[in-house]
Design a protein around this ligand. Structure first.
Ligand code: AR6
Length: 188
């Protein structure tokens, strides 16, 4: 059974197996969480993305994490919000599922997600959060046991708390990564 965690923080500091990036279809880097991940991973990440060439909306591609604490980056492309009549909901769910498929194919036990599409791509945060949570918990995981939702801002944290309570999902909030029970304790 999948266990969920919620944390407010910087996903580039996640010390587990893989983090998901909120990428664009060109895998060209950008602002927001994408920019932070590229800065923390180093220039090798842009080079690896360039070799992949791109990724359609709703899909995901894997690279190493390079200088990140996480071993892999799963670059997922969420939809740009265009009013809700352009398959945004399906594409957002698909971006989450595609990330989980990549993690499963690598036999990873844990994965961290940022809030895909709710920043520069302007997806309404309440709806996007419900999709994120429902999609992850509906996914038939085989190797994955722990999914951590990493939120950056206070308003988004409140939205996650509310949706987790409303959907009655097994997601525990922690204050720092070292409280995640499945990770080895930090070395002294
Ligand atoms: N750790 C965790 N979450 C973060 C971090 C961080 N270090 N930094 C920002 N967030 P966005 P999108 C939150 O815009 O909407 C880029 O230019 C942020 O507060 O990063 O999918 C790409 O290249 C927000 O809640 O992603 C694409 O072109 C959430 O991450 C485009 O933006 C997502 O915001 C993708 O837009």
């Amino acid at each position: 059974m999948l266990e969920g965690f919620l944390i407010q923080g910087d996903i580039t500091r996640y010390p587990g197996s893989a983090i998901v990036n909120a990428a664009n279809a060109a895998l060209a880097g950008g602002g927001g969480v994408d920019g932070a991940i590229h800065r923390a991973a180093g220039p090798e990440l842009a080079e690896a993305c360039r070799k992949i060439g791109g990724c359609p909306t709703g899909q995901a591609r894997v690279t190493p994490g390079f200088r990140l604490p996480a071993r892999y980056v799963i670059h997922a492309v969420g939809p740009i919000w265009r009013g809700g009549q352009h398959q945004e909901a399906e594409l957002l769910a698909s971006a989450y599922r595609a990330s989980l498929v990549e993690a499963e194919s690598l036999h990873l036990p844990d994965l961290a997600f940022p809030a895909l599409s709710i920043g520069a791509y302007a997806y309404p945060a309440e709806e996007a959060t419900a999709i994120a949570l429902k999609t992850v918990f509906a996914f038939p995981c085989e190797f994955l046991r722990w999914v951590t939702f990493v939120v950056y801002s206070d308003p988004v944290l409140q939205i996650y708390r509310r949706q987790i309570a409303q959907l009655q999902l097994p997601v525990k909030e922690v204050g720092r990564y070292s409280e995640l029970p499945f990770l080895p304790p930090p070395s002294p």
